[in-house]
Ligand binder design. Structure first.
Ligand code: UDP
Ligand code: MG
Length: 309
């Protein structure tokens, strides 16, 4: 039985050494054969040279070195595509997900004969209030809008088996929302509750801009409801428009003097309906943009070189 650990790294020079140490320790305790698949996602710091040194000393360390920064989801995708394990764990490099939890995940997997054991965050230490609140509402809103139900408060930290890996490798969509796709696959999926820790060192590599992009990817790839909302907003505004036109017509007939004023209402209407139009075009645009990405069919990531594979 081979266990692969998939670790995406972007500018993580302050943590990789410690991550390697903690992971190796935990892997030793599993008594399984293992490989540590580090994905260097175009880091500009010393992450890659440090990983190379580790790979020289330890054959279990394997590296996928990207040609540039492609993003966390692409890095995890590359890891899943290239790992050899019968089981694989996806884990962040920053030790926020404690490697020791992998032991619990393995136990649960064996006991329940599960295909997926996903980590559920009981508690999150050292995160900003903003991140906690936005994350909480994001997962719940997504569930409301989506046709598939996802477990809440769950990241990509999870254990998956060969079946899931093979199925995942058959997915060729571009803007992947990995945690959603794995839930969508079905099979037997069970939770593993854990406490998410503070980052070991360094800063988050998910600034607000990336977080928003990620949230929109999740929403757009699992829900067509925004399009429906746009449609309904359009219909309701047409209805309001018709009622208003009718009122004006009647007023014009019975009360012609009324029409001297009215600048405010016109401006209000122009802004309101203009806004609705832009909003709905924007929603359409997002979906068309995704179609555009699919049509171009570019690879999701480019691997510059592989080490120890
Ligand atoms: N990461 C990556 N590419 C990116 C951004 C992040 O590979 O473009 C990695 C990062 O090195 C870390 C994981 O994804 O291992 C999660 O990122 P981070 O801890 O910064 O996110 P947060 O936990 O703050 O949401
Ligand atoms: Mg983190």
């Amino acid at each position: 039985m081979l266990l692969s650990v998939i670790i995406p790294c972007y500018n993580e020079e302050l943590v990789v050494q410690e991550t390697y140490k903690r992971l190796s320790e935990v892997m030793g305790r599993t008594g399984m054969d293992y490989e540590l698949v580090f994905i260097n996602d175009g880091s500009q710091d010393q992450t890659f040279p440090m990983l190379c040194r580790l790979a020289q000393e330890d054959r279990a360390v394997k590296i996928l070195n990207f040609s540039r920064n492609f993003g966390h989801q692409c890095a995890v995708t590359a890891g899943i595509n290239n790992c050899n394990g019968d089981l694989a764990v996806i884990i962040d490099a920053d030790l926020q997900d404690p490697p020791e939890v992998i032991l619990d995940m393995l136990d649960i997997q064996k006991r329940e004969n599960a295909n997926v054991v996903y980590g559920v965050r009981k508690k999150r230490e050292g995160e900003s209030k903003f991140k906690l609140i936005t994350a909480k509402y994001f997962y719940r809103t997504l569930n409301k809008l989506s046709d598939v139900q996802f477990p809440v408060d769950t990241g990509d930290f999870r254990l998956i088996d060969r079946k899931i890996i093979e199925e995942f490798n058959r997915l060729h969509e571009k803007n992947k929302y990995i945690r959603g796709l794995i839930s969508w696959m079905g099979y037997k999926q069970v939770p593993c509750y854990y406490e998410r820790k503070e980052r070991f060192a360094g800063e988050t590599k998910y600034p607000l801009k990336k977080m928003l992009k990620f949230a929109s990817t999740g929403l757009l790839s699992f829900s067509k409801k925004p399009l429906k909302i746009a449609l309904w907003t359009g219909l309701v505004s047409v209805l309001i428009g018709l009622i208003y036109a009718l009122t004006i017509l009647i007023l014009k007939i019975v009360h012609p003097a009324f029409f001297v004023t009215g600048w405010t209402s016109i401006v209000f209407i122009v802004i309101f309906f203009g806004g609705i139009q832009l909003l709905t075009i924007g929603i359409l645009g997002e979906y068309i943009g995704n179609l555009f990405d699919e049509a171009k069919d570019r690879p999701e990531y480019i691997i510059n070189n592989k080490i120890n594979f």
